[in-house]
Design a protein around this ligand. Sequence first.
Ligand SMILES: [Zn+2]
Length: 169
Amino acid sequence: MSALDTQIGGEEKLSTHLLNPQTQQWIESNVTRIPFAGCWVWNKSECVRGGYGQVGYCTYGTNKAHRLSYVAFKGDCRGLLVCHECDNPACVNPEHLFLGTSMTNHLDMVKKGRGNYARAARKMRKLTDQQVREIRASKLTQLQLAEIYGVSGGAIGHARRKQQYKEVV
Ligand SMILES: [Zn+2]
């Protein structure tokens, strides 16, 4: 689950009338079954941001294939997240899908270690934009700057050479 999935579309119009064999067959005819893992990887259209399979919003009232699959095979998911046991956002196998709130999704993320990755990624960014500008303008050595800003010499070098903080101008 990425953060994207925590955004339950306020305008989502998924309806339980999609719980029927026709929709189920349509879904099954548009997946690639992965041996062993058992995932049904959506292959009808390109995956949207976050790696979720995409379906036509006008027809189904959602643009996320895994949410459509949940409704088609299991039933209502309105107001709740559809989470992946298999951790594969493109998977629409109803057996791999479970309902959750943003809290259970968060706990699931922590359990699987992704919350830690997110924290680690944030930690990587230690300097403010202003500090990066000061470092780039400074004539001090890498080690002096590292001491001043409380980061490693490597971090200063990266900032100076724009290997990091590329967006800071
Ligand atoms: Zn799966």
